[in-house]
Design a protein around this ligand. Structure first.
Ligand code: UT7
Length: 333
């Protein structure tokens, strides 16, 4: 046992995005779309796209270095690295590469896949390791490079996604700053959002021995169904989390939803009667960065001085799985 406290605190954040910017205007050269359609339907104006040598490892490492500096700890202090991603550099896992880049010699490192809910699922996972006394300092990263996996001929989905990484340091703390959480999965709706593996069976060297080999195919999405799911389930899961935290919606200082679509963000805030000035949004600049979107928005708001120590923050992620979840925490130690 390394830690005698059974609370957690989120003590620092960081983020990183690729250098290359793809505007709505740029997209009109690729698919039959317009800035007007993308802006009115999604609120997105531009997104950042990772080009070699940028990688999931490099973005995740840059975001992590900022988070460690903000928390005032070093890589050698980290016991656990959780990398929430659906787009690893290596299917065997990318967290160990980040561990190596950071020089986090003591840390156990592994990937966690829960699509756009990855950061919320990762936060709750990190909290369990700390609350049971196993670990003291956890680095949680949400990072994705969905531009690698978008079907660039599908105008219904390729305009939505962007690349990026966000990270937070979560530490053992006397009082528990994680006030409540709820996680949900519904595999019956899995077909609405996929990045599927498809293989064909072949004989090896004309022998009778067969194996199946193939590759992952680009994202397919039923946008209307995912939209319907999000505007129904996200307010529900935040309401449930408020109830478990013994809080009311008006107690929330900042609402940070997965940045998928400004219309979804507005609809959820309206349903919860949370005023616009408490809602953090940067979807216009980055599009949907999957597991990175919540920590990226959180880190920007912290660096802009909006989020202050002790502010109550409600986050909610939703997406493929289908999966969704919410967490409410007090910022800082
Ligand atoms: O992390 C979670 C990931 N996914 C999401 O969050 C997606 C949730 N869904 C959405 O955000 C919205 O459903 C979309 C933005 C994807 C689509 O908006 P919508 O208002 O639901 O549009 P729609 O799919 O109903 O399409 C309306 C029309 C269609 O034309 P017709 O059939 O009415 O003639 C589409 O073909 O808009 C057309 N359309 C486009 N037109 C110009 C679809 N994509 C585009 C496009 N540019 N990029």
């Amino acid at each position: 046992m390394q830690n005698l406290f059974n609370g957690i605190a989120i003590t620092g954040s960081g983020s990183a995005v690729p250098q290359t910017c793809l505007t709505n205007e740029n997209l009109t050269q690729i698919v039959d779309t317009s800035d007007e359609w993308i802006t009115t339907r999604t609120g997105i104006k531009e997104r950042k796209i990772a080009l070699a040598p940028e990688s999931l490892t490099s973005l995740a490492t840059a975001a992590s270095q900022q988070a460690l500096a903000a928390a005032g700890i070093t890589a050698a202090d980290i016991n656990l690295i959780l990398l929430a991603t659906s787009t690893p550099d290596d299917l065997f896992g990318t967290a160990c590469r980040v561990q190596n880049e950071l020089g986090a010699i003591k840390a156990v490192a592994f990937d966690l896949t829960a699509a756009c809910s990855g950061f919320v699922f990762g936060l709750v996972t990190a909290a369990q390791y700390i609350k049971t006394g196993v670990y003291e300092n956890v680095l949680l990263i949400g990072a994705d490079i969905l531009s690698r996996w978008v079907d660039w001929e599908d105008r219904g989905s390729c305009v939505l996604f962007g690349d990026g990484a966000g990270a937070v340091v979560i530490q053992a703390n006397k009082s528990d700053r994680l006030l409540g959480f709820t996680l949900k999965s519904d595999g019956t709706q899995n077909q609405y959002l996929n990045l599927n593996y498809k293989g064909t069976t072949q004989e090896l060297n004309s022998s009778e021995i067969q194996v199946t080999q193939g590759k992952f195919h680009p994202i397919t999405m039923n946008g209307r169904e995912v939209y319907r799911f999000a505007v129904q389930k996200v307010p529900e899961v935040i309401d449930k989390t408020l109830f478990t935290a013994h809080l009311q919606a008006e107690d929330i200082d900042w609402l940070i939803l997965h940045q998928a679509n400004q219309r979804i963000i507005n609809a959820v805030a309206e349903r919860l009667e949370i005023p616009q000035h408490k809602v953090i949004s940067n979807v216009a600049n980055y599009g949907n960065t999957s597991a990175a979107s919540i920590p990226l928005a959180l880190d920007e708001a912290v660096r802009q001085g909006k989020i202050q120590c002790d502010d109550i923050i409600a986050i909610s992620g939703f997406g493929a799985g289908l999966s969704w979840g919410a967490a409410i925490f007090k910022w800082g130690r």
